[in-house]
Structure formats: structure tokens, C-alpha cells
Design a binder for this molecule. Structure first.
Ligand SMILES: *Cc1c(COP(=O)(O)O)cnc(C)c1O
Length: 239
């Protein structure tokens, strides 16, 4: 049987080839796109191997798994992203290890993140999660806010001590007008990002695309892709 290191190295090389090809096809430089490996449900030992293989960004979606894993991997030169729906009672824990929270979707969460970031003496990057299947003023099934709520939430982040407004994140919607139209969805996110950057020029992160649709995200202009299964394998349980 292939050892885990060889398996991860091969998968990583395939994903790297896909990103490079997508950049070339879109006329973008490879450096414009950052790979975030989503390590949720996989052990700290995998995170360690990925770090040795050159991965610099990892993402998790559940604090109870991520907290111990990040603690075990505290010696590694990694940037930790939190991408799951986040309850305010988990914020104190998440702020200990998360460099970026990509799933900011309500004012109460911003207030809690700010308070705990200040208490911990840390600066936490924040992405507003956009639900492209929600009404302008609504909320998405998989988290996120409708486009009408971005400006207010972004302003709140920008004005909150301990927080840094980094940009926008989305997950391709399964329902609504963008269902099955990933590239159109990601292009819509880019338009929303352009609008956001008029008021917040530094908030230029656009996090979009996963294992199945990273090419469409790169084509649309994403700066960050979040890839789990294509690197680590099919997850043993839902996460
Ligand atoms: C799990 C997850 C990913 C990675 O999905 P894959 O299909 O495994 O690549 C990306 N983004 C978010 C928010 C996730 O929860």
C-alpha cells in the first residue's frame, strides 16, 4: 500500500497542475491564486505532512476538531482559516488559532470576534460569506448573507478593533438561479468584490472554488481556492 505521504504528495501535485492550467487558460499568473487545503475530518498527522510538502494555508470548519489539531500543529508555519458556520460561544476558542475567519455572516458574530480578538491580543482577518442562493436581504442554507447585507457587515468589521476586513467568500449554491452554474456564481461574487473594494480597497481576497469547481473559480478571478477531497481523499464522514 502507498504510504500517506506519497498519496498526499501525488494528490497535491495533481491539484497544483489543475490550478496552474486554470491560471494559464485565464491568462492569470499562478501567484494570483492561493491554495487553501481543507483538512477537516483528517488528523493532525496529515496537516504535518502537508506542511512538509509546502502547503502554507489550511482550513477547518468545526471548532471541536480544529482546536486540538491546531494546537498539535502550532509549531508549523501555517495560516489557519475557519470556514464553517460559527456560533458565538465558539468564538473565544476559534480566535486562539484562526488567522482568518471566512464565514462572517452576522453582526453578532462580528461583535464577538472583535471582543475575543482584542482579549487575545490578536488580529483576525474576516471574509464576509455571501449566499448567492439567498434573496438580497436573506440568508443562505449553507451560511452566508444575501448581497444586500455585505456593505453593512463589511463596514462593521472594518470599524471593529482586532479585526481586519479581507474580502468575500462563497460556496457555489445548490439551489436558486446559480444552481449548476458555478462560473456564473463566482463571476457574480467578483462583481460584489469590485463594489466592496471601492469602499475597502485592501479587502481584495475572493475565496471561491472547491475540489469540483476550482477551475471555474480561477476563471472568474478568485484569489483563494479551498480544496479538501482532491488532496486528502473522500471524507470518512460528513463535515
Ligand atoms: C469542505 C469545504 C471545502 C472543501 O470541499 P471539497 O469539495 O472537499 O474540496 C471548501 N469550502 C468549505 C466552506 C468547506 O466546508
Amino acid at each position: 500500500m502507498k504510504d500517506r505521504r506519497t498519496e498526499l504528495a501525488e494528490n497535491l501535485a495533481k491539484v497544483e497542475d489543475r490550478i496552474a492550467a486554470a491560471c494559464a487558460a485565464a491568462g492569470r499568473k499562478r501567484e494570483e491564486v492561493t491554495l487553501i487545503v481543507v483538512t477537516k475530518t483528517y488528523p493532525a498527522s496529515d496537516v504535518r505532512i502537508l506542511s512538509e510538502l509546502g502547503v502554507r494555508h489550511v482550513a477547518e470548519n468545526k471548532d471541536q476538531d480544529a482546536g486540538p489539531k491546531a494546537a498539535e500543529c502550532a509549531d508549523l508555519p501555517l495560516t489557519w482559516h475557519f470556514v464553517g458556520q460559527l456560533q458565538t460561544n465558539k468564538v473565544r476558542s476559534v480566535v486562539r488559532y484562526a488567522d482568518v475567519v471566512q464565514s462572517v455572516d452576522r453582526p453578532k458574530l462580528v461583535t464577538a470576534l472583535s471582543k475575543e480578538a482584542v482579549r487575545a491580543g490578536r488580529e483576525v482577518g474576516c471574509l464576509v460569506q455571501v449566499a448567492l442562493d439567498a434573496e438580497e436581504s436573506g440568508r443562505g442554507d449553507r451560511g452566508g448573507v444575501g448581497s444586500g447585507a455585505i456593505e453593512e457587515l463589511a463596514g462593521l468589521v472594518a470599524d471593529s478593533p482586532g479585526l481586519r476586513l479581507d474580502g468575500l467568500m462563497t460556496v457555489a449554491p445548490l439551489t436558486g438561479e446559480f444552481a449548476g452554474r458555478e462560473q456564473a456564481a463566482f463571476e457574480r461574487l467578483m462583481v460584489l468584490s469590485t463594489v466592496l473594494r471601492r469602499a475597502h480597497p485592501a479587502a481584495n481576497m475572493v475565496s471561491a472554488g472547491m475540489s469540483a469547481d476550482l477551475e471555474q473559480a480561477v476563471a472568474a478571478g478568485a484569489t483563494h481556492v479551498r480544496v479538501g477531497t482532491a488532496v486528502l481523499g473522500v471524507r470518512p464522514r460528513l463535515g
